[in-house]
Write a protein that binds this ligand. Structure first.
Ligand code: SF4
Ligand code: SF4
Length: 229
């Protein structure tokens, strides 16, 4: 899932200070699971903004609405009425949801209330960790199912750097060395010989380096069911 966290409250207050009517727009999927931008968080944030405005004698009306996914046009349609009633929308979806809101509601100010962090997993309730850096050409079969792109600070592909110590990364002792994890896992699988196989230089055009990416289902295109943009 996409993991994010709300911007500091003071920053959010500053973001909306020029507006009198604001919609706090939540998203009911990823950012809801990480307690950052779901219905509950939208409600709490809206209440805090009302209280803050009241305390400082600032006229502010705050509406709130959460849809299932802000990265899907059909759900954004549900927000049309409320968006039409405000000066600005404070979206607490991930960066995709925020941008799609801006694309759907072209004449409306759309503000980001959340910092999008990474694609990750839930370690436990309240703790999430990055696992995939979306390189576009997965090599987990080569590395025992541990991603060197997301889990090695230097994105090394053929073994650890000299800073790996006691299974920890030199970047911070609070994080595991991705290559120590890879070796441990290959050992467990009885496939340590794979460690000696050289992973050739990657073609990073499949990653962000190739510019904005798109996935188009060719079968649906051929059937005329989608019109690629
Ligand atoms: S190799 Fe690429 S696609 Fe696979 S987990 Fe790592 S970043 Fe994600
Ligand atoms: S210590 Fe390990 S994870 Fe950290 S940069 Fe070096 S090889 Fe990568």
């Amino acid at each position: 899932m996409i993991v994010g966290e709300q911007k500091p409250f003071e920053q959010i207050v500053k973001l909306i200070e020029r507006y009198r009517r604001v919609l706090v727009a939540g998203c009911g999927t990823c950012v809801s699971v990480c307690f950052a931008g779901g219905e509950k968080e939208a409600g709490i944030l809206a209440s805090m903004l009302r209280l803050e405005a009241q305390k400082n004698g600032r006229p502010l009306e705050v509406l709130e609405q959460t849809v299932k996914r802000q990265c899907d046009m059909e759900f954004l349609e549900e927000m049309t009425t409320k968006v039409g009633q405000v000066d600005a929308v404070l979206s607490i979806a991930c960066g995709c949801g925020i941008q799609f809101m801006a694309e759907r509601f072209q004449d409306k100010i759309i503000l980001p209330g959340l910092n999008t962090k990474f694609i990750g997993v839930t370690l436990e309730q309240g703790e999430w960790a990055e696992r995939c850096a979306m390189c576009g050409d997965c090599i987990l079969d080569r590395t025992g199912g541990v991603c060197p792109v997301a889990r090695c600070a230097k994105r090394l592909h053929n073994g650890p750097c000299g800073g790996s110590s006691g299974g920890k990364c030199e970047v911070g002792k609070d994080r595991d060395c991705g290559w120590a994890l890879i070796v441990q896992r290959l050992q467990k699988l009885g496939e340590l010989e794979r460690y000696a196989e050289i992973i050739p230089p990657r073609n990073w055009t499949t990653s962000r380096d190739g510019g904005q990416r798109k996935v188009v289902r060719e079968d649906l295109k051929e059937q005329g069911r989608i019109e690629p943009r």
